[in-house]
Design a protein around this ligand. Structure first.
Ligand SMILES: *Cc1c(COP(=O)(O)O)cnc(C)c1O
Length: 225
């Protein structure tokens, strides 16, 4: 699959997304495809832009900022999907349209009060391992309240990465119910960021709206430098 040309992979993943949506009675129009281009050069982003992709995901601040600067001539939305250090938050806010990885109050406070409104997801840790990113499920409502009170932030919903040692679908079902709880605090937070190259169909079945897909489209990632 990764040997196929880029346009072919974009096409193929696009139709797999449509099929997955149709099979659970959802519309493709409800879904935003974020192509995760981490470790790949800016030239690949430019090529994907030429194929109609507008939403791109990155997980390291330095790299994201460099690409955003290099590609400032293109009309793109950058989604920050990785662990974000509190001291880098204000810088990330400069280029990112959406931060998917808000998982603690200090980060909410640092992201607030920007010059333009910022969309955020609360990242939830679906495992018992505190080393994996994300807030604990029981923290979701209090974090949602914090975002709701902060100026300049709009809470889109919840985000997670499926655990490695578990079937993705029940994990995404838990995320969905955490999203339901968040909506008792912030009723507008109706989006859900879930689904990667190997589990996007399961995520779509559980209500994902933002798919973060890397290798299925970009091919194997170059080694991290
Ligand atoms: C890398 C990454 C992805 C994309 O993963 P693939 O398996 O390459 O599709 C999605 N979400 C996050 C948070 C990532 O770090």
């Amino acid at each position: 699959m990764t040997g196929a040309p880029l346009a072919e992979r974009v096409e193929r993943v696009g139709s797999e997304i449509s099929d997955a949506a149709r099979s659970v009675g959802r519309s493709r129009d409800e879904l935003t495809l974020v192509v995760v281009t981490k470790y790949h050069p800016a030239a690949l982003v430019r090529e994907l832009h030429g194929l109609g992709i507008r939403d791109f995901g990155e997980n390291r601040h330095q790299e994201a900022r460099e690409k955003a600067t290099e590609l400032a001539d293109l009309d793109l939305d950058w989604h920050f999907v990785g662990q974000l250090q509190t001291k880098k938050a204000r810088q990330a806010r400069e280029y990112a349209s959406v931060i998917h990885s808000v998982d603690r109050t200090e980060l909410v406070d640092r992201l607030a009060d920007g010059e333009r409104p910022l969309d955020v997801f609360l990242q939830i840790n679906l495992t018992d391992d505190p080393e994996r990113g994300g807030a604990r499920p029981e923290e979701a409502e209090s974090l949602a309240e914090r975002v709701a009170r902060a100026s300049g932030l709009r809470l889109l919903g919840v985000m997670a990465v499926a655990p490695l040692d578990e079937e993705p679908r029940p994990a995404f079902a838990r995320l969905r119910s955490i999203g339901d709880r968040v909506r008792t605090v912030v009723p507008e937070a109706r989006w859900m960021s879930a689904g990667m190259s190997n589990d996007f169909a399961e995520a779509i079945a559980e209500g994902a709206t933002h798919l973060r897909i890397g290798t299925a489209i970009t091919g194997i990632r170059p080694p991290r430098d």
